[in-house]
Design a protein around this ligand. Structure first.
Ligand SMILES: C[S@@+](CC[C@H](N)C(=O)[O-])C[C@H]1O[C@@H](n2cnc3c(N)ncnc32)[C@H](O)[C@@H]1O
Length: 449
């Protein structure tokens, strides 16, 4: 890689330019995901500098990171041919700045000159990358000149989905559904809320709508904590699909329910709000702390146990057990666009081992006649259908209770041939694409005895 001529020197420091801080923080978070393989949620929680930004810039930093991760394949596809000598391996900030600049030029409402200028400044501000500022300037100007027309011939859902994932979804669901899943993953999802009561009233207050499944869906601007009803604990954030597994347990009023792998507690809150006597178990202390805080805000109660659910024992037996097993999360890519770039096939095999141990322990906690709901937010059969089929083969005391459309608010498309819940991100479509989709969730209802 040849060092190219630096662009015209600017007076003042890079970091003083308006909008630079949001780009620099976005670049650091992107490097965290792409180079240090950290989960985006973790980075959003631990990047304290985000709090120093104005609300508008904070939203911009998040949008920048989300857009680059959602469009990573497309952006790299368009950038690489413009880099005659490839990317300098010793200066990763060059690629990060190019991705951010290209995302703004092609997908965000940012003037091209600002997108180019701020990306060049990002390169200049990094001591390993600074000598490539001229290169970044030339590449982004070229991209801006060609404009959005460059996107027209591209199959963006294919480009933005790693081959191994597309191959798996094609094998599991067929070519067209796999493509539709990938396309749905490219759309930033709306905010879904589970309300304690009065969904129509809250939908009106939040400028949203009530979905067929009872969740309230809205397009949020600004912080969730500032929305009506947050402080008084009228609702909690939960994807419409994530709210379905608890409904499969039916009326939980006065029943003892173990919620395994419970944090941050979306399903615990549903169970407690439904009148269940809930014991919530999770092994992550920080996540359990958050679960406790969430329940306190919602004025709901549960017994909290911080333990490995694959080893946890107790004297009591439960009427129902909900096991929301840790998984590859490939059904949540709309909300977690880092997942395709962080997970691998090896993770799926490893998680399946843990899921088997957890479901074997879950059944020991159940009373005869009790109900076990096993669920994950993964699209991968090895973590779902296969776990349950193998479990039923190992556990003659358990049988599957096949689900029907009536179990899921009449949404028959959510039930697979075995009578299990299977939602896909491309379902629940709406003429307004911002209101479309839901997480890919799997759940099976299993009864003891
Ligand atoms: C999919 S999340 C659960 C989401 C939660 N049920 C909800 O509705 O908000 C999976 C959880 O499993 C927890 N976990 C992973 N392995 C575990 C284990 N062996 N025992 C208990 N919890 C575990 C993680 O800490 C994480 O909080």
């Amino acid at each position: 890689m040849k060092a190219t001529r630096k662009p015209r020197a600017r007076p003042g420091r890079e970091e003083d330019a308006p909008g630079f801080a949001a780009r620099r923080i976005a670049a650091d978070m992107l490097d965290g995901v792409l180079r240090r393989r950290r989960a985006l949620d973790e980075l959003l929680d631990s990047t304290t500098e985000l709090a120093t930004l104005e609300e508008r810039d904070r939203a911009l930093a998040r949008a920048l990171v989300g857009t680059v991760l959602r469009r990573l394949g497309t952006l790299r596809h368009l950038l690489w041919p413009l880099l005659e000598r490839g990317l300098p391996p010793q200066a990763p900030r060059v690629e990060t700045a190019l991705l951010l600049g290209a995302a703004q030029i092609l997908f965000l409402d940012v003037p091209d000159h600002a997108a180019v200028d701020l990306s060049v400044r990002l390169v200049q501000a990094d001591r390993y990358a600074a000598r490539y500022a001229g290169l970044a300037n030339a590449v982004l100007r070229r991209l801006a000149r060609d404009g959005k027309a460059a996107l027209t011939p591209l199959d963006m859902p294919m480009l933005d989905t790693p081959d191994w994932l597309m191959a798996r979804w094609t094998a599991a669901y067929g070519g067209e559904p796999a493509h539709a899943i990938a396309a749905a993953n490219g759309v930033e999802p709306a905010l879904d809320l589970t309300v304690k009561s009065d969904p129509e009233i809250w939908a009106a207050k939040l400028d949203g709508r009530v979905l067929p499944t009872g969740s309230v869906r809205t397009i949020a601007h600004g912080a969730v904590t500032a929305l009506p009803g947050f402080a008084e604990g009228a609702w909690w954030v939960q994807d419409a699909a994530a709210a379905l597994p608890v409904h499969l347990l039916g009326d939980v009023r006065g029943r003892r329910v173990a919620d395994l792998c419970a944090a941050p507690g979306g399903k615990t809150a549903q169970l407690a709000a439904g009148g269940g006597l809930v014991t919530a178990v999770d092994r992550a202390p920080a996540r359990m702390k958050r679960l406790g805080e969430n329940l306190a805000r919602l004025s709901l109660a549960a017994e909290l146990v911080c333990a490995d659910a694959a080893a946890w024992t107790t004297e009591q037996h439960f009427d129902a057990v909900l096991l929301d097993a840790p998984c590859s999360s490939t059904g949540t890519i709309r909300r977690h666009p880092d997942v395709p770039w962080l997970k691998s096939e090896a993770d799926i095999a490893k998680l399946a081992g843990l899921q088997r141990r957890l479901i074997d322990r879950a059944v020991m906690l159940l009373k005869p006649g009790g109900t076990l709901v096993y669920c994950t937010c993964s699209l991968e059969p090895e973590e779902n259908e296969r776990i349950v089929a193998d479990f039923l083969a190992r556990q003659p005391s358990m049988r599957r209770a096949p689900l029907t459309a009536a179990d899921v608010f009449g949404c028959g498309a959510f039930i697979n041939r075995q009578g299990e819940l299977r939602t896909l991100p491309c379902q629940l479509s709406d003429a307004d694409s911002r209101f479309s989709g839901l997480d890919g969730f799997y759940a099976a209802k299993l009864v003891k005895g």
